[in-house]
Design a protein around this ligand. Structure first.
Ligand code: AMP
Length: 501
């Protein structure tokens, strides 16, 4: 085919376009301070890309740091050099970080000085300090032309799953996948422009970093908190200082914003929450505190940020908030994504029937890095199998039950922990609840609830008896100071299960 007709796409084009349109406007901020304009960001990314030539086409470049402004330039530099961005969550244990470095075959690690010091002892891969001397000399390298011939299927991001159900795997995301995510975000959720800002409250190695492309395309500011971590008051202050603020936050972070007791900051416009369950009670508290600024996403590393969504308007009804059924759902299929629920026989489940959620579309990964068995198990029959259980209602709203591994089967009945947790959280004294199955000779499994809060088991029993079927009630309550969570704030069910074995 004539090369002129071959479709070419590199995510660097998003920055190229923003720089052409918005040249001298502020692009990247550290707290209140402007670090780069769009022109200077483009130039830095290209010079860094020029220095990456030594690494070779397709090299995996790991980035391990607390949130910092350089992550934005590194991301675009890696894409411009046709290398692969491998972000590593800075909260992981150094051994877990080393596993990701080894699995990805990364040949260079860019790290903050703190994380770099932890990593250097355990890996032979060269570690360069972000902002250090070598880094600065890279930023002065000769400036290459932007990439012109990237095949959209080229790997752009190796997304290591957060490993709530086992050892993390590298989901392979291409330029095409991330472009589909970008377009869907702009179509469904948010319409930023050059007078808007993306505040990076959550780790940029995960959801917040994935949202860099759509906001860059629209010329919206990238604002990285000066602390590099999520501090609720700092986050709320930044939403007073910068215009038109949006952010992606995990549900646990939204709860921490509410706990500050502060009113909605003047410029806070949109909070996209997701990546883990948002309980209806917590969502109502958040909407009471900040108003209807919330959007929910349901996604996975394998389908970044984009399976279903509950738009801002879906959260409200003519007479107040939307119904509990709607607020407790994960919304409906995202633009460009086909979502289905399959029954045990692999055929589409009927309305209200629970089965495995599957999806397909341009946003779906091409497989797991160097892991054909896991790829074959996940990508079957043209569908990505999410491992999540759920059901559709007649209007196309999907309700997520639980990951299939978390379902409790007691006396032959399926019990979905999320349903029991939702009801437990309606009790005013319950701060957090985590429900798992424990092995039992008579019933196969029984329900055990881990509770954070000052309350008696008998009170909880009475509360549940008024609200859900008797057989779903926990046979045991364990009172704890906090629930075990991974570094993204997700409750570690496998750890709770291990405690009741
Ligand atoms: P990860 O790949 O680490 O982002 O984890 C993805 C998993 O998080 C999904 O498969 C779901 O089990 C869960 N998840 C993501 N979004 C939501 C949501 N909105 N509500 C409940 N669980 C979610």
């Amino acid at each position: 085919m004539d090369p002129a007709w071959v479709f070419i796409m590199n995510l660097f084009a998003l920055l190229d376009q923003a720089a052409a349109r918005h040249g001298d406007r502020g692009a990247v901020y550290h707290g209140e301070r402007q670090v780069h304009s769009w022109s200077s960001l483009r130039e830095r990314a290209l010079r860094l890309a020029g220095s990456f030539r030594e690494l070779g086409y397709g090299a995996r470049v790991a980035v391990a740091s607390e949130n910092c402004p350089e992550i934005v330039e590194l991301m675009f530099a890696i894409w411009a050099a046709e290398c692969v961005f491998v972000p590593i969550n800075y909260k992981l244990h150094p051994r877990e970080m080393e596993q990701i470095v080894a699995d990805s075959g990364a040949t260079r690690i860019f790290a903050s000085s703190k994380i770099g010091a932890q990593l250097e002892a355990g890996t032979a891969v060269p570690v360069e300090t972000i902002g250090g001397e070598r880094y600065q000399s890279r930023c002065a390298a000769e400036m290459p032309d932007p990439p012109r011939f990237t095949d959209p299927g080229t790997l752009a991001w190796l997304f290591y799953t957060s490993g709530t159900t086992g050892r993390s795997k590298g989901a392979m995301l291409s330029h095409r996948n991330l472009m589909a995510m970008t377009v869907s975000h702009l179509a469904d959720f948010d319409a930023p422009d050059q007078n808007c800002s993306l505040i990076h409250g959550a780790p940029m190695s995960h959801g917040s970093g994935l949202y860099v492309p759509p906001y860059v395309l629209r010329g919206a500011r990238q604002v990285v908190p000066a602390s590099g971590v999520f501090e609720p008051t700092e986050f709320l202050d930044l939403c007073e200082q910068h215009p038109g603020c949006s952010a992606f936050l995990a549900p646990t972070m939204v709860a921490r914003l509410v706990q500050t007791g502060r009113a909605k900051p003047r410029n806070l416009q949109t909070i996209v929450y997701g990546g883990g369950p948002m309980y209806v009670e917590s969502l109502k508290k958040a909407m009471a505190a900040f108003g209807p600024i919330f959007v929910q996403l349901y996604g996975q590393g394998e389908v970044p940020m984009t399976i279903t969504g509950l738009r801002r308007a879906d959260h409200v009804a003519a007479d107040g908030w939307a119904s509990d059924a709607v607020l407790g759902s994960v919304g409906y299929a995202r633009s460009g994504v086909d979502v289905a629920v399959l029954g045990p026989d692999g055929a589409p489940a009927g309305i209200g029937e629970i089965g495995e959620i599957v999806c397909r579309g341009d946003v779906v990964m091409s497989g797991y890095w160097h892991n054909p068995d896991a790829t074959d198990a996940t990508l079957q029959g043209g569908w990505l199998h999410t491992g999540d259980m759920g059901s559709f209602d007649a209007n196309g709203f999907l309700t997520l039950r639980d990951r299939s591994k978390d379902v409790v089967i007691s006396g032959g009945s399926n019990i979905y922990p999320r349903e029991v947790e939702e009801v437990l959280l309606e009790h005013p004294a319950v701060v957090e609840a985590g429900v798992v199955g424990a092995p039992d000779e008579e019933w196969g499994e029984v329900v055990v609830a881990f509770i954070v809060g000052e309350v008696a088991a008998a009170d909880l029993d009475a509360h549940l008896l008024e609200r859900i079927a008797r057989f779903k009630r926990p046979k045991r309550y364990e009172f704890v100071d906090e629930l075990p969570k991974n570094s993204y704030g997700k409750v570690l069910k496998r750890e709770l299960r291990a405690r009741v074995q």
